[in-house]
Ligand binder design. Structure first.
Ligand code: SF4
Ligand code: SF4
Ligand code: SF4
Length: 296
């Protein structure tokens, strides 16, 4: 659709990473209004529609209209980074990084990290994390104020949950089933990278201290002497890089999906109810990981 000069100038003022989306929305609205040329008034009409003010000819854009107007001054530093905004230009003050296991058919994959990734995002949206964090922080919002999350599909942890505020990786705990006689093929011993399996005189044992619950030994056992239990998640919190890097601390060693989401609720509550703007790791150390575990 053609744009006149004044409309094009207005589009140029929009941050580059949302220009394509804005262009599409303006043109969609103009078409609904029976227009064939985009003028300044079409842009302004679209802008009013996106801000939630009713238009007599256009259907409101639900996503934008549901959000409160944002204090743009607070976001001026984050605006330099596209990753803190969604495709409509709304701020999103969390990032959830999945691993690529499902995408690349990774042989280690236990659970597609995208499944929990979607649920974590949805929960943060339901909790209005972004809006509440913007209201809580006085002054400029900086990248370290945002919440970093990661989900990995197995203990190899390619998305690095150990250095995120909230990190999760899938696990597949295993157990020895004494009803299935071991044939001493030694495949489990050869497969286990942790040297956690011992087979002697037909007796199989797994060192729980060494085992990381990757589930591989159960997959290679031809007779079911080692079996996999229900898939779970290991949840860890408070990892960070920077001047004083820290690995995340274990919060729930074997969580089902609902426990993982409950753990997120607790962490969000800690961040939003804190009277200070300390890093999340500092809040954890002040409260004590054992006290936080009691809230799950
Ligand atoms: S975390 Fe595991 S499943 Fe995901 S890509 Fe890495 S090795 Fe594969
Ligand atoms: S689950 Fe993984 S780490 Fe644990 S014993 Fe089996 S192969 Fe080794
Ligand atoms: S893979 Fe199974 S059958 Fe083979 S040694 Fe291990 S437990 Fe025994």
């Amino acid at each position: 659709m053609e744009w006149d000069k004044s409309a094009s100038l207005l589009l140029e003022k929009v941050p580059p990473f949302v220009q394509k989306t804005v262009r599409e929305k303006v043109e969609t609205l103009a078409r609904e209004r029976g227009k064939t040329l985009i003028t300044e008034s079409e842009v302004m009409a679209a802008r009013e529609a996106f801000m939630g003010r009713p238009q007599h000819t256009a259907a409101p854009v639900q996503h934008a209209a549901a959000k409160k107007p944002v204090d743009n001054e607070k976001l001026s530093i984050l605006k330099k980074y596209a990753k803190y905004f969604d495709k409509d230009g709304n701020p999103v003050l969390y990032q959830v990084k999945p691993c690529r296991g499902a995408e690349v058919n990774c042989p280690f994959l236990i659970t597609d990290s995208g499944i929990l990734e979607d649920k974590l995002r949805k929960r943060l949206e339901e909790l209005h994390f972004t809006e509440k964090l913007i209201n809580k922080i006085e002054g400029q919002i900086l990248p370290h104020h945002t919440m970093k999350l990661a989900v990995s599909g197995c203990p190899n942890s390619c998305s690095m949950p150990q250095i995120k505020d909230f990190g999760v990786h899938a696990i597949e705990p295993v157990y020895v089933d004494s009803r299935s006689a071991c044939i001493e093929c030694m495949k489990c011993v050869e497969t286990c990278r942790e040297d956690a399996v011992t087979v002697k005189d037909g007796h199989v044992s797994i060192d729980k201290e060494k085992c990381v619950h990757c589930g591989l030994c159960a997959r290679v056992c031809p007779v079911g002497s080692i079996k996999a239990s229900e898939k779970k998640y290991r949840v860890m919190i408070g990892g960070k890089v920077g001047r004083h890097p820290r690995f995340a601390l274990d919060l729930v060693s074997q969580a089902d999906e609902s426990a993982a989401l409950k753990a997120l609720d607790v962490c969000v509550d800690m961040i939003l109810s804190s009277k200070t703007e300390h890093r999340f790791r500092t809040l954890i150390e002040q409260q004590g990981i054992e006290e936080i575990k009691k809230r799950i």
